[in-house]
Design a protein around this ligand. Structure first.
Ligand SMILES: [Zn+2]
Length: 367
């Protein structure tokens, strides 16, 4: 069935192919070949052109007439540094030599999907219709999944492999998030000669900031100003201040009402001081919250049970392609891959987790 050596070999081969966001061509070509060899109908969509990258989403379909349609997805791009990755195996763990990320985020997910497909082919295992999507540009704003025309495939359930933690961890909730700049335009003036003819943008911002909600707004909602920039010299009344703002909530409604309230306060305070408010905050991705007894969650829990893997449902603090697929109406969960310390030079993955994950996928297709 699942072959540890084969998974490891495939994983090592893939992590050695650099694939920074919008530059996934090499790994994309590699995956097109692999999927074709495994007998899938392979296409590449126009996500690359749409988003200014050199590779689209790679889509493979393994037909099964009259059966349910399952989406299995992982992203091809990795964060930097990833120009040269030298993976090292040590004590059942695959890590880097400390000069790059490993790229287990998300090539661990890709490796498990490929192993599942290999076992299906070898053992002629009965399966639902399987749609595999290897997405581009996930790390820089979920670009591939946003562009992917999922409605063409009438998917029943989505299984996205892109979470840290041990296999068995099922992300059923993730926040919606908004991010961008809030700018206050005051008026410059000589701070010593005619301060009264200026409007200090920082003073205006300070008044607004004491009135808006920041930090943990409620159990599901957070907001933060992370960067403040403005000013030229001590003798100039500060004309402009920019605030880098973000807000997240597990509830789309709560996020929207928080944003509305925040913008309204900035607008009002700016008016009071005669300043101008510019708002460039956008909702980056919508959140999702699946019920415990939702079929897609149940399928994974039962799959884990059959291979004696402890399962748990948790909510995540970040966004993934899963957010986009749920927002497009496909009930989808994000599954833990075993990747650890992702987005750092200490990133590693346990070989056992890659094996467990592949076994889990082979159980999921029975559900
Ligand atoms: Zn990822």
């Amino acid at each position: 069935m699942v072959q540890e050596n084969r998974i490891v070999e495939n994983f090592l081969e893939m992590v050695k192919i650099p694939s920074p966001s919008k530059n996934e061509r090499a790994i994309g070509d590699y995956l097109i070949n692999v999927l074709k060899e495994l007998g899938l109908e392979v296409t590449e969509d126009s996500a690359g052109e749409i988003n200014g990258g050199n590779c689209g989403n790679i889509i493979g379909v393994l037909r099964a007439k009259g059966k349910k349609k399952y989406l299995f997805s992982a992203h091809m791009d990795t964060v930097v540094p990833c120009e040269k990755i030298n993976p090292i195996i040590e004590g059942g763990i695959i890590k880097t030599d400390g000069t790059s990320v490993l790229g287990g985020d998300d090539k661990g997910g890709i490796a498990a999907i490929i192993e599942m497909l290999k076992v299906i082919k070898e053992k002629k295992i009965e399966h639902p219709e399987i749609v595999v999507v290897f997405s581009m540009g996930e790390e820089i704003g979920l670009l591939g999944s946003k562009s992917f025309e999922i409605e063409k495939y009438s998917i029943d359930y989505g299984f996205i492999l892109d979470s840290s933690g041990k296999p068995g961890r099922i992300i059923t909730k993730a926040p919606s998030a908004a991010r961008g700049k809030l700018t206050i335009l005051g008026k410059p003036a000589h701070a010593g000669i005619s301060p009264e003819s200026g409007i200090n943008a920082l003073t205006v911002a300070a008044h607004a900031i004491t009135k808006i909600k920041l930090g943990r707004v409620d159990i599901e909602t957070t907001s933060n100003i992370g960067v403040v920039s403005g000013g030229q010299a001590t003798n100039i009344v500060m004309p402009t201040v920019e605030l880098d703002y973000e807000a997240r909530s597990l509830s789309n409604e709560k996020l929207n009402s928080l944003l509305e309230e925040t913008f309204e306060i900035f607008e009002r305070v700016c008016n009071e001081f005669g300043a101008t408010f510019e708002n460039k905050v956008n909702v980056e991705y919508p959140g999702f919250a699946l019920d415990e007894n939702e079929k897609v969650v149940e399928i994974v829990k039962k799959a884990c049970e059959r291979i004696n893997l402890k399962s748990e449902t948790v909510s995540s603090g970040g966004g993934s392609d899963t957010n986009i697929y749920n927002s497009k109406g496909i009930p989808s969960v994000n599954l833990a891959v075993g990747m650890t310390k992702v987005h750092t030079l200490e990133e590693y993955i346990e070989i056992k987790d890659l094996v467990d994950l592949s076994k889990m996928l082979l159980e999921i297709i029975k559900g």
